[in-house]
Ligand binder design. Structure first.
Ligand code: ARG
Length: 582
């Protein structure tokens, strides 16, 4: 469906033409004086210069050419603005089309296109901590948005599963249980199917090993183990596989709990096979050059405002690094999926890394000019004191702990307010907690830092996730009391509150389009906050179920039904859902 702005701009252009002026002056914008009108056209002011006459004269002549059916108000005002209010008839038709078309008739710019969304980025064998909340929540939401706009969206968790942390664990294990066959270089048999540790063991082993990094002997051992693992030492690969199996199962569980789901569970290790040929090719073609024993790709460009150092491809000791893996991963993604776009969601401190990788990938021709590369760098989630989140003893807070703290907080409210039957407390609590957590995050512009404030996020009033849920639940209960409503047609607005609500409904398409273009789920939050406000205002000012005129009542119900469907769709794009009662 065309956006309203496009429809009325087209009509305005036709009116300029009919009045004898160039159609290019007919651009309509959303009004910057909502107290006076809904839309406006300032084209007469520029046209006046070209046609050398008073702008108001042009505005009046053009206004006369507009179709009276479309507007409840058309005003040519000094010095030459055309102020517009849409007619109930126009709005009714537009909303009825939204109601009946799939996906509310919004445009599908992604039809036939593929996007890879690289988000999550968990590191194997390390528990998820609060630093993993934002990439999971923002990435999942952007992926859902792209899907909704018609893209074939492939979410890839891109696990950190190939670095030093693996060597650290292997080294630590070799000290604890040297008798295991994994450490015997001469062992030819089959390795045990069962892992020699549980996820709880791993959670203790990794920090212990990591703390020993300062011991030169142990550190050397860990680096050596990493290298040998990457070179394919059999026993280490077998042990690595155990670590993967145990850890990935746990990661899956944690992401599932967050309602975050990846299409692909690939990791840095999956890019490894692509590295040798890629590096050879870059050396042969002179894309990579030698610098102090390392191989680097110069990526500085004329006009750079700050210095962009070369992208390191191979370190002087022959090992590959983070950038090497990301380049090789792009080789794999292009080869397997031919994406039109690859979007990365990470902490904004990785901005430079991605700038280097993107430039290197373009320079080497790994990614064609037709494939877009974008990095969404997000800010830090701080504690309510505005300082980086820490546990009481100064450690990193685990994601599980954060979620269970929020869940406990919400549960207390649910129980105290006797919101639902005992048997439903848990399910309702989980939904509200998820909304509080995700909306609290997503309502901020991704690049901004924000303060995590449990009480504020979980409040049932104000700009919060629970408030949106509450609005949805309220509409659901009215609809349930009314009965079958799904096929009731939209009617013209019966009062100003209905009209405001209808106008808000029409903004769905432009909002989603803008949210995608700017990678800003916060725009969806702002939109549903406004929409929910319009619904509540309408509800307070209008007798809905007690309306005696059945025809009128059916129109009210159709309208709030459509608003509810849109709210539910939008929260799904944000990654949460509404309970039945609240
Ligand atoms: N594992 C990385 C980290 O913890 C994040 C990975 C992001 N994705 C990527 N393709 N580099 O920082």
């Amino acid at each position: 469906m065309e956006k309203i702005l496009d429809i009325i701009t087209e009509k305005m252009q036709a009116a300029f033409e009919k009045a004898g002026y160039d159609r290019s002056f007919g651009r309509v914008t959303v009004s910057n004086r909502p107290d006076l009108c809904e839309y406006q056209c300032n084209g007469a002011l520029s046209a006046a210069k070209q046609y050398k006459c008073a702008p108001i004269q042009i505005a009046k002549a053009v206004a006369e050419q507009l179709d009276a059916d479309d507007y409840s108000m058309v005003e040519a005002v000094m010095p030459g603005f055309i102020n517009l209010k849409l007619s109930g008839h126009f709005l009714r038709n537009y909303l009825e089309q939204m109601r009946t078309e799939p996906k509310f008739g919004i445009a599908q710019p992604g039809a036939g296109k593929t996007i890879v969304v690289d988000y999550g980025g968990a590191n194997v064998a390390k528990p998820l901590h609060i630093g993993h909340l934002r990439p999971a929540i923002i990435g999942e939401s952007l992926k859902r948005l792209y899907k909704y706009l018609g893209y074939n969206a492939i979410g890839d968790v891109h696990l950190g599963d190939w670095g030093l942390q693996m060597g650290l664990i292997i080294a630590e294990f070799s000290e604890r249980q040297p008798e295991l066959p994994y450490f015997d270089p001469d062992f030819q048999g089959e390795y045990p199917k069962e892992a020699p540790f549980t996820v709880t063991d791993l959670e203790e082993i990794y920090p212990t090993a990591s703390a020993k990094k300062s011991d030169p002997e142990f550190s050397h051992k860990a680096h050596q183990a990493t290298l040998e693992l990457q070179q394919g030492r059999r026993g280490y690969r077998a042990l690595w596989q155990h670590i993967m199996n145990v850890s990935v199962a746990d990661l899956r569980k944690n992401y599932d709990n967050l309602d975050v789901h990846f299409e692909k569970w690939l990791g840095e290790s999956d890019a490894d096979p692509y590295i040798p040929a890629m590096v050879e090719d870059m050396k042969a073609r002179g894309i990579a050059v030698q610098s102090q024993g390392a191989w680097v790709i110069p990526v500085a460009q004329e006009g750079d405002k700050k210095e962009i150092p070369p992208c390191i491809l191979v370190k002087s000791d022959g090992s590959s690094i983070y950038a090497t893996t990301d380049l090789a991963t792009l080789v794999q993604r292009m080869q397997d999926w031919h994406p039109d776009k690859v979007l990365y969601v990470t902490d904004k401190r990785q901005n430079l890394h991605f700038e280097q990788v993107f430039r290197a990938a373009r320079k080497a021709g790994i990614v064609p000019p037709t494939t877009e590369l974008e990095h969404v760098g997000f800010g830090t989630m701080n504690g309510s004191d505005g300082k980086p989140f820490k546990t009481r003893d100064g450690g990193v807070l685990r994601l599980e702990t954060l979620i269970s703290d929020m869940t406990d907080f919400v549960r207390t409210k649910v129980v105290e307010n006797r919101i639902v039957e005992d048997s439903e407390v848990e399910a309702t609590t989980e939904k509200i907690a998820m909304a509080a957590l995700k909306y609290g995050d997503l309502s901020n512009q991704p690049t901004k830092d924000y303060n995590f404030d449990m009480e504020r996020f979980a409040a049932f009033e104000g700009n919060t996730g629970p408030y949106i849920l509450y609005t949805i639940v309220r509409i659901k209960s009215i609809l349930a009391r009314y009965g079958a409503w799904e096929s009731l047609p939209i009617q013209e607005p019966a009062n100003d509150y209905a009209k405001d609500l209808m106008l808000s409904v029409t903004k769905l398409g432009p909002t989603l389009e803008q949210a995608q273009k700017t990678s800003s789920p916060n725009l969806i939050c702002a939109y549903i906050y406004e929409l929910a406000g319009c619904v509540n205002k309408f509800y307070h000012e209008t007798r809905i179920l007690s309306e005696e005129d059945e025809q009128l009542k059916a129109g009210y119900i159709a309208l709030i039904g459509l608003a509810k469907n849109i709210l539910e769709e939008c929260i799904d794009l944000l990654g949460f859902s509404a309970p039945e009662k609240m």
